[in-house]
Design a protein around this ligand. Structure first.
Ligand SMILES: Cc1ncc(COP(=O)(O)O)c(C=O)c1O
Length: 374
């Protein structure tokens, strides 16, 4: 038995639907910037409830586009330390300084109180990451902090396709949303990303920046890059988007099953989702009691039971050598993130995981922790 921590969902039926579109694109000769990309952008914008959606070649690219648009050069941007390094890196690539903030233990998302402490005259914006697919439950507080201090609010929605709070979708809660379609994500195009916004100026700038900063007359009016999405990726995106509600629903079913199987297992605590939030369950994180060696449990699960697990994220960004060497971050700077994330691990979760496989994972996890089943 081998159970992967994540796996893209392309069953035979969806592959059969995708192939004729790929054939059509290949024989049309239009492989980039064509009708499939436009259709994907328009359907994604509609799904999320944003006025504009701009497709790019990765989540990293659209984060950098947003940072360049918001003018972070020589300014500070507050970023949760608990994220993939792509988030702060986008600030650095755009010439700014990421200032890491601590997280809340109950959500693993950024802590609004710590954010307030880190605002300086140089702060220009804030990035919130809906970690594991949980919309940051304190998003309204963050919106208010940004309004009060005249900061931009960018949502890194790389984990949060289809996630909602009070029936409002991730990607519509701040000034812009940045989605990743990397192959492990809730929906994928292999590599790809989408920027959502209500701001027509930002959308126009993003369209230019993804194409070397050229305007519609092909004049280069700002610095850009080749960040375009290919038509083949857009075709995958269109078909995955059609299944996104099913993906989110199925991920929630599996998470509920894990919840019920693991609730009484000694040594582990589960995370709760507030009732006004629809989680997208990109990941299913659990927290091991202090003193339990996470690496040892993960190694046992893999070697003895064939179960692959993940972490989200350890080390936190500020403890990566690059940030310690170049931005002066030190161990102990963000104590909550450092202690909590050391004990957090993620169980396998993807739309194609069967209930039987999820039960096997829960059983193997309980045995690895306590030497007895659930
Ligand atoms: C939170 C977060 N931000 C940004 C990214 C970057 O996305 P991509 O891999 O599509 O460049 C990822 C994904 O890998 C991510 O998980």
């Amino acid at each position: 038995m081998k159970i992967q921590s994540s796996f893209p969902f392309f069953d035979d039926e969806s592959i059969d639907k995708i192939l004729p579109d790929i054939k059509k694109a290949l024989s049309s000769g239009v492989l980039t910037g064509g009708p499939y990309t436009k259709e994907f952008e328009s359907k994604f914008a509609q799904y999320v409830g944003a006025k504009h959606a701009v497709a790019v070649n990765s989540g990293t690219s659209n984060l950098e586009i947003a940072m360049r648009y918001f003018g972070v050069k020589d300014r500070e941007v507050i970023v949760p330390t608990n994220t993939f390094v792509a988030t702060p890196n986008a600030v650095v690539f755009a010439g700014g300084k990421p200032v890491f903030a601590d997280i809340r233990e109950d959500t693993l998302c950024i802590d609004p109180q710590d954010v307030e402490h880190r605002i300086t005259p140089k702060t220009v914006g804030l990035i919130v990451v809906h970690l594991a697919g949980l919309i940051c439950p304190q998003i309204e507080e963050l919106v208010k902090v940004c309004k009060d201090h005249d900061l931009f609010l960018l949502e890194d929605c790389s984990h949060a396709h289809g996630a909602m709070i009070d029936n409002r979708m991730a990607g519509t809660l701040g000034d812009a949303g940045c989605f990743s379609f990397y192959s492990t994500k809730v929906m994928t195009t292999g590599e790809g990303g989408m920027l959502t916004t209500q701001d027509a100026d930002l959308a126009e700038a993003a369209r230019m920046m993804r194409d070397h900063g050229q305007n519609s007359q092909r004049l280069m009016v700002r610095l850009g890059h080749n960040w375009c999405m290919s038509e083949i990726a857009a075709i995958l995106g269109l078909h995955q988007l059609e299944q996104l509600e099913f993906f989110v629903h199925r991920r929630n079913e599996i998470a509920k099953l894990y919840d019920s199987l693991l609730k009484d297992v000694k040594g582990v605590s589960l995370f709760k989702t507030p009732p006004n939030i629809r989680h997208s369950y990109y990941k299913y994180p659990v927290k091991l009691d202090a003193g339990i060696d996470k690496e040892k449990i993960a190694a046992t699960l893999k070697a003895k039971y064939g179960v692959e697990t993940g972490s989200i994220y350890y080390p936190p960004c500020h403890l990566h050598p690059f940030y310690m060497e170049n931005f002066g971050a030190r161990k102990g700077d963000l104590p909550r993130a450092e202690s909590v994330l050391k004990q957090v691990m993620c169980l396998p979760l993807h739309a194609g995981l069967s209930n039987e496989a999820a039960r096997y994972v829960a059983e193997a996890f309980a045995y690895s922790l306590n030497g007895q089943g659930v």
